[in-house]
Design a protein around this ligand. Structure first.
Ligand code: HMG
Ligand code: MG
Length: 318
């Protein structure tokens, strides 16, 4: 398949990234982080989630975060909502796009949402209705599409059934999550081939965690399957509290470098993203998980890297 001229990056660092950090950030720090990301050319930032604070305490202040960020025109600021209660809270916080999340396996669904797959889908029905009435779009996620920490192997057919339901209930796009980062390029291709029999490829996205270091290969395989939207996290932050041992999302910096090399436009400035990544890692006192960020910091010249640094000279996150 011909590679696309453009792909959309969904930056999930402020949500998928920060939900898993043991070191809590102040609301003001999160706001500065999201505002800095807003100035990099990103068009889609997942900025928080309206879930039970008992389940994910790191996201408890999402309403305050949404109240304080400086929303830029052309940027979508989205939030996760597991149920109607979450949607109501998101709407009260002025959120204009939400995401529901289901799982491909029963065991992960129970750990993450405290209910079966079928029950989670039933809960989404009134949520979808309320979102429609409020005039906001709903994205969907399916977790554990290439492996489950509790059930092991996951067949494409299991994923396909859940994706089909989310699409039928009105999710405009469904992101397939390799939650524990065990997928390979071959498995990724087989998965999208299967799912695309029910849902058009331009309504699908890839969400790869990088535990086995295969995320970029999986993204390249997805591109060959006609997928045009990828979730990533600056500095490779991330993980799911209910998927122990899984590493962060693929780093946004690394995805941008891959796209640059393929001549695919993302609209996002790699140099600016790398600076935001450095900044957030300093605040979290954690290692930067992006290989591209490390290469840029070391001043290594690559076809995209060196020019990206020069293009952004003088720019500082606000
Ligand atoms: P539950 O305990 O079964 O909920 O949790 P419940 O309906 O029985 O309510 C219990 C308490 O939770 C009540 O409070 C409710 O008010 C409260 P209490 O009376 O005990 O004080 N509650 C809420 N509070 C705030 N916001 C809400 C909400 N709903 C209920 N929306 C529930 C069920 C779904 C709430 C819980 O399991 C939950 O919050 N799960 C979210 C887990 C989560 O956020 N996981 C990480 C995100 S998913 C992910 O990372 C994967 C992804 O990145 C893709 C991939 O990588 O695969 C997207
Ligand atoms: Mg994730």
């Amino acid at each position: 398949m011909t590679l696309p001229a453009h792909v959309r990056i969904v930056e999930v660092g402020p949500r998928d990234g920060l939900q898993n950090e043991s070191r809590p950030l102040e609301v003001a720090q999160k706001v500065r982080f999201i505002d800095a990301l807003s100035a990099t050319g990103l068009s889609h930032i997942e900025a928080g989630s309206f879930v039970s604070p008992k389940w994910v305490p790191q996201m408890a202040a999402s309403a305050q975060v949404f109240a304080a960020i400086h929303r830029q025109p052309g940027v979508t600021y989205a939030a996760l909502t597991p149920n109607l209660q979450g949607l109501d809270a998101a709407l009260n916080a002025g959120v204009k796009e939400v995401a529901v999340f289901a799982a491909a396996t029963q065991a992960f669904s129970r750990r993450n949402l405290n209910c079966s797959i079928e029950e989670s889908l039933r809960r989404f029905v009134p949520l979808m209705e309320a979102a429609r009435e409020a005039g906001i779009r709903v994205r969907g996620y399916v977790s554990c599409v290439l492996g489950c920490p509790y059930e092991g192997r996951v067949e494409p057919e299991q994923v396909r059934a859940v994706v089909r339901e989310l699409y039928a209930m009105g999710c405009y796009e469904i992101s397939l999550g390799d939650t524990i980062g065990v997928g390979t390029a071959g498995a990724t291709r087989r998965l999208f081939e299967s799912v695309a029999q029910d849902v058009p490829r331009d309504h699908l996205a890839g969400h790869f965690h990088d535990t086995y270091g295969q995320a970029l290969a999986n993204i390249y395989a997805s591109l060959q399957e006609g997928i045009r939207v990828f979730d990533s996290s600056v500095a490779g932050l991330g993980g799911c509290p209910y998927a122990p041992g899984a590493s962060g999302n693929v780093a946004t910096e690394d995805v941008l470098y891959l796209m640059q090399g393929l001549g695919i436009d993302t609209g996002v400035d790699l140099g600016k993203i790398a600076m935001v990544g450095d900044l957030i890692c300093q605040q979290l006192e954690r290692r930067n998980g992006s290989k591209v960020a490390a290469a840029l910091a070391a001043g290594l010249r690559g076809p995209g890297g060196a020019s990206a640094r020069r293009a952004s000279r003088g720019w500082r996150p606000t």
